[in-house]
Design a protein around this ligand. Structure first.
Ligand SMILES: [Zn+2]
Length: 448
């Protein structure tokens, strides 16, 4: 009998130890115990048992009252072992950091001027031979005639005129069809004014390249005809309203450039609400294991309700947990002639060390200057209603906010990975509050 009792007690003790070990803490990121990265920092987020302190490589980590924690470790080249301890429980992670190879310096290759055709619609023309979003100066249309006279890496150098060059991806150029030798000639230009829009057209016998400069008070639309002469530039100049967006279209050499004013009532306004990620794209993961895509959708659905009540025309990019590409999201906006595009997200960090005071609260991102004002208003109204800290209004080159054919803003409502923010976004009324804050900002932007 005694023998069985001792065995029983031993089994109980063993079970208790196993339970302690499995419930002491959870790590939600990294997902794998062994991983490889180019990053210089490894982020660890998770949930500790409230009463237990937690250490990562012997550094004691702050945990919020709900157990949420986040910590970055510096990674050295090669293998890094990260040991996480809490109570009687230990987990070991191995992150292999790839060595950065020095980038080979390539030279510009010069060649004689050659007229070629653009292969695809929406081909970015850039002011440098690299893809950093902000160097886009226009999006060329299919079959635009351009002159190239040099190349570097994946780009051709485009000759637009005296002292004016640009760059375009080689893959956006059609080298198989030879354009005829006759340069384009100017036909005419016209301008029309409507209640909420100004339209200017300029017509040539062939498709020519253009650029847009969105200035202080006016927008300059320039068309270049360098085959005619190196100073052959045609400039359309449109005074812009305070709240505006613009569109360019091209058909058989005829450019139509339209500058529209954002409507002044909800009833006249079409708003696209874009719940970020979805389906297979989970977005960021939170300290407590939440998935960004679900929180984005909750906020988006609350916002849809509020804005519909206000009479706005609402278009959703998704209303359920489905996968949708960035291209499809932009297409939804263009097909519905969106005035405003709101992309709703929750924030995380890239290759930087996590700082609890810096990576916290609501951040608003825009690409074109027509979206700056709404961004500033939204930062104010969302933080006020949702109770988050201001994380700043910044420019960023995210695909969904790059088009200038609407006012486009990307909202990072709070940080998934900030323990203090988890206390806010885990509250039952967070989605509703965030939506109320966004709606209040839209009201101020549209109606005032
Ligand atoms: Zn996101």
């Amino acid at each position: 009998m005694n023998k069985y009792l001792i065995r029983g007690v031993l089994i109980c003790l063993l079970l208790l130890t196993v339970l302690c070990k499995s419930y002491a803490f959870e790590i939600f990121y990294p997902h794998e115990k062994k991983s490889t990265t180019d990053y210089s920092y490894g982020l660890f987020i998770g949930k500790a048992r409230n009463s237990e302190s937690i250490t990562i490589n012997n550094t004691k980590i702050f945990t919020a009252s709900n157990g949420a924690f986040a910590h970055s470790v510096n990674l050295n080249d090669g293998e890094n072992r990260i040991i996480i301890r809490s109570g009687y429980s230990t987990k070991v992670y191995t992150i292999y950091k790839k060595k950065k190879l020095p980038k080979a310096q390539s030279q510009i290759e010069e060649f004689d001027k050659k007229t070629v055709l653009v292969k695809n619609d929406n081909s970015p023309l850039r002011n440098a031979p690299e893809d950093i979003g902000f160097n886009i100066i226009s999006y060329l249309f299919k079959d635009t005639r351009i002159i190239i006279n040099g190349s570097k890496d994946a780009y051709y150098r485009v000759f637009l005129g005296k002292d004016k060059i640009a760059w375009i991806l080689k893959s956006d150029i059609n080298l198989t069809s030879e354009p005829d030798e006759l340069p384009a000639s100017f036909i005419n230009t016209e301008s029309k004014k409507y209640k909420n829009a100004a339209i200017q057209t300029i017509s040539f016998t062939k498709n020519l390249p253009y650029t847009i400069e969105d200035g202080e008070k006016e927008i300059l639309f320039k068309v270049y005809n360098p085959e005619l002469s190196d100073s052959s530039i045609y400039t359309l100049n449109i005074q812009k309203p305070k709240k505006y967006y613009y569109n360019v279209s091209l058909q058989d050499g005829l450019y139509t450039f339209k500058v529209s004013e954002v409507p002044k009532t909800f009833e006249d306004t079409t708003i696209v609400i874009d719940a970020g990620h979805g389906g297979e794209q989970r977005g960021a993961v939170g300290c407590l294991g939440d998935e960004e895509k679900n929180i984005n959708l909750k906020i988006a659905l609350e916002l849809q309700k509020i804005l519909k009540q206000k009479g706005a025309n609402i278009v959703m990019t998704r209303e359920c947990d489905g996968t949708i590409t960035l291209k499809e999201r932009i297409k939804v906006a263009k097909e519905n002639n969106a005035d405003i595009y709101l992309s709703i997200h929750m924030n995380s960090i890239g290759n930087v060390p996590f700082k609890s005071l810096k990576h916290k609260g609501t951040g608003i991102y825009y690409f074109n200057r027509n979206s700056k004002e709404l961004s500033e208003i939204l930062e104010k109204t969302i933080t006020k209603v949702a109770g988050t800290k201001k994380n700043g209004v910044k420019t960023a080159s995210f695909a969904v906010i790059r088009p200038a054919s609407y006012v486009g803003v990307l909202i990072e409502t709070a940080y998934m990975i900030n323990p203090a923010d988890t206390l806010i976004y885990r509250q039952a009324d967070f989605a509703r509050n965030a939506a109320e804050g966004i709606a209040a900002g839209l009201e101020e932007f549209i109606c005032k």
